[in-house]
Design a protein around this ligand. Sequence first.
Ligand code: NAD
Ligand code: LMR
Length: 335
Amino acid sequence: MTGTVKVLVTGAAGQIAYSLLYSIASGNVFGKDQPISLVLLDITPMLGVLEGVVMELQDCALPLLKEVIATDKEEVAFKDLDAAILVGSMPRREGMERKDLLKANVRIFKSQGAALNKYSKKTVKVLVVGNPANTNCLIALKSALTIPRENFTCLTRLDHNRAVSQVAIRVGVDSAAVKKAIIWGNHSSTQYPDVHHATVNVGGQELPVFQAVKDDAWLKGDFISTVQQRGAAVIKARKLSSAMSAAKAICDHMRSFWHGTAEGDWVSMGVVSDGNSYGIPADLIYSFPVVIKNKSWKIVDGLNINDFSREKMLQTAKELVEERDMALEFVSESA
Ligand code: NAD
Ligand code: LMR
């Protein structure tokens, strides 16, 4: 369909998708005037549930939603895509470590990477959400050699939003008052939420977060562990992983990718490391602060990194190297 943006959501019968699809279909992500063709992929046993989701989308009577395609077939789902939001995978349950998920999920992302390569537009923008998101994204990228590596990203915007919100609550301001937070590294408990470069607007005055919070021990202690452990805390409380906040973060990420970042701010995004940024090894999907223009991201460079931060940035990189090496072993076993 000309003039429409064709968007795939995988895991479309799952709980994140249920919170996500309305936002996409109503124009909250790709633009209030942008017609959408929505493709929904899930596994065969979920087709019945998916049918219910399609009915509900129809019942929303959304003027921008021109087409809904529900399928369990990759060759249908990945055809001619402009954007792919890869949510579908096995979610972590209470007590499970994210690495436990690696084996099952690597297989899915290898296959979907190959399908992107074969059927989608070369300009397709890919957002991987299913955990372990960074490594799944790397596996998809490595299975899609004809699509630019820069088109592959993973979700750390939820962590970014969590960091912003924790600071805003502490200072007693709106979350919009907090700018330039950073999530470095893996979307896991080793991630490093960093507010050394962040500012907060208090009564019209832009202050460094450390100055506004006036509690270095909290910023270097409980703030970091709260953000790192937030996913696990939500699972413990809900007995399900986060869905509403994950869907909101997916919309924020894709909107930034599509329309660019705001002047004077940046966003956190898992992107392919180039080996030249902040001492992080190449060939990882690592979360960096990025600015985006014309659908191209650029890592924010030149930030001053102290020893406290450097150690944490390298620690999460080390975990990603281990995850990558394990995942590549699983990939070669399944080849
Ligand atoms: P869910 O179990 O409710 O839904 C997952 C859906 O994916 C199910 O409908 C399942 O049938 C489907 N699925 C499984 N294999 C598939 C495949 N090969 N192709 C297409 N669909 C497939 O889970 P959820 O709560 O929606 O979470 C989805 C994923 O997102 C999990 O891996 C979760 O850990 C992850 N997550 C990531 C973040 C993040 O910030 N990166 C945040 C929250 C959740
Ligand atoms: C989250 O950050 O909420 C999720 O990634 C938690 C999880 O591990 O599924």
